[in-house]
Design a protein around this ligand. Structure first.
Ligand code: UDX
Length: 443
């Protein structure tokens, strides 16, 4: 099938590459000519495991092409996916100006029937607006349908999520459009849920909000565990064994970050208010999320007394492991708070060093070559992102390089008993029982 993707960012590029991989002929459009040129030269602007190989393979097989011309895009694809950014506005609602602009551009070049698909995460009723806009600007009588097909990609495993999705949601009101969408997804083995457009749009926001709610639930429990002298890891293990609850997304820590959750939860709150049915529960989810970081900084300040001039090592800068993405990263927020209070921060992240260097905070901290180098002479170590390599660190070596043996584990990666055995004072999240572990002498 001939498919066009408008917007070759994270979602658009990954989706385009995976569609090409299953045999479709995909044209990716982006209005940034330099980006199109670098994609044509085989350079991938983001770090996503497996993506570069997939793009190269399908470009050389001539199933994946790039252009900066929307006109060519509308001409090429039977189905036109819109995957442009939908950034947040200061009040939490979504800026839909890129969507609106693309809808007008599509309308301008539309000559025969096309299915226009909202792939970007958008508030409910955006599909209706896209359809109205295209109708207003298109030549009279030209046929098209609008469909919602939300993405559920996790950064770091987006290719796998696309090739083997849990489900494919298609929201549309026309049989002609739905038949074409079924054809797009025929090569993928996954259950397909067909709904109306509004329901499909809501599914995306509702799914992400529910996951954020699970995380905030675990985080709220962590505070109770600290007060009660219980271990949140055991508590969530116990509740997660109930199949109705499930064990995923119940890790207590510094809270969720990234380019999706904070933005999507704020957007869902904003749209619920616009609809006249404010989703108060989600406001609490946000409050708990912010509180986790504040509580953690309080804990560090309490232990170190003053942060001014303290040499603090931070492990992890990306918003989660296996990505270089630092957008809305809680780890970055934490580093900013420490620097504000005058701490001397040395940080390390396996993938996110370059992206951090480009941020304003990048020039205010030292970026180390390795986890152990970051910890050298440090008066405290903070673990801010759950990279597996931090969990398997040699505690003996860590003890030897640090000046004072203090670990603040914001992701509960290190075993408190092992840390105590190597002479560390250890503080995790929600590990009320570990507070009772006295550090022993270094072995
Ligand atoms: C998310 C959704 O999972 C995906 O379906 C959607 O389409 C886009 O948003 P992503 O932003 O890649 O994907 O991140 P995800 O893996 O979901 O993690 C989000 C954040 O939650 C991270 O900061 C992570 O550290 C945090 N998290 C996750 C927890 O704090 N505890 C958990 O148990 C799980």
């Amino acid at each position: 099938m001939k498919i066009t993707i408008i917007g070759s960012g994270y979602v658009g590029l990954t989706t385009g590459a995976c569609f090409a991989e299953v045999g479709h002929h995909v044209l990716c459009v982006d209005n940034n000519e330099a980006k199109v040129q670098s994609l044509l030269d085989g350079q991938i602007p983001i770090y996503e495991p497996g993506l570069e190989a997939l793009v190269r393979k399908n470009v050389s097989a001539k199933r994946l092409m790039f252009t900066s011309s929307t006109e060519e895009g509308v001409e090429h694809g039977e189905v036109l996916f819109i995957a442009v950014p939908t950034p947040p506005q200061p009040d939490g609602s979504v800026d839909l100006s890129f969507m609106e602009k693309v809808a007008r551009e599509i309308a301008q070049f539309l000559d025969s029937y096309r299915v226009v698909v909202d792939k970007s995460t958008v508030p409910v009723k955006t599909g209706e607006r896209v359809a109205n806009t295209i109708r207003r600007y298109a030549k009279p009588g030209v046929e098209f349908d609008v469909v919602s097909n939300p993405e559920f990609l996790r950064e770091g495993c987006a290719v796998a999520d696309l090739m083997k999705p849990d489900r494919i949601v298609i929201g549309g009101n026309s049989d002609r459009a739905l038949a074409l969408m079924q054809k797009v997804y025929e090569p993928f083995v996954a259950p397909v849920l067909v709904t109306d457009i509004n329901s499909a749009e809501l599914i995306k926001h509702a799914a992400n909000s529910f996951l954020a709610l699970k995380i905030s639930y675990a985080n709220a429990l962590s505070e109770i565990c600290e007060a009660a002298g219980a271990d949140v890891l055991k508590v969530v293990e116990g509740i997660g064994m109930d199949k109705r609850i499930g064990a995923h997304f119940l890790n207590a820590g510094l809270g969720y970050g990234g380019s999706c959750f904070p933005k999507d939860i704020a957007a869902f709150i904003a749209i619920s208010e616009q609809l006249g049915v404010p989703f108060h529960l989600l406001k609490e989810v946000e409050t708990i999320n912010h509180r986790q970081l504040t509580r953690f900084v309080d804990l560090i300040r309490e232990a170190l007394w003053v942060l001014q001039e303290k040499k603090i090592a931070v492990w992890g800068l990306a918003f989660k492991p296996h990505t270089d993405d630092v957008r809305s990263s809680v780890a970055i927020g934490l580093v900013e708070k420490l620097v504000e209070e005058g701490a001397d921060v040395t940080a390390f992240d396996p993938k996110a060093m370059e992206k951090t260097r480009q941020l304003p905070i990048g020039s205010k901290i030292t970026l180390a070559e390795s986890a152990l180098e970051a910890a050298r002479d440090a008066e405290a170590l903070i673990i801010a992102t759950e990279w597996p390599e931090f969990a398997s660190i040699d505690l003996q070596q860590l003890r030897e390089v640090m000046r004072t043996p203090l670990i603040f584990d914001g992701r509960n990666l290190i075993d408190p008993a092992a840390a105590a055995a190597y002479g560390f004072q250890y503080r995790g999240i929600g590990r009320g029982t570990s507070a009772m572990l006295e550090p022993m002498n270094s072995p």
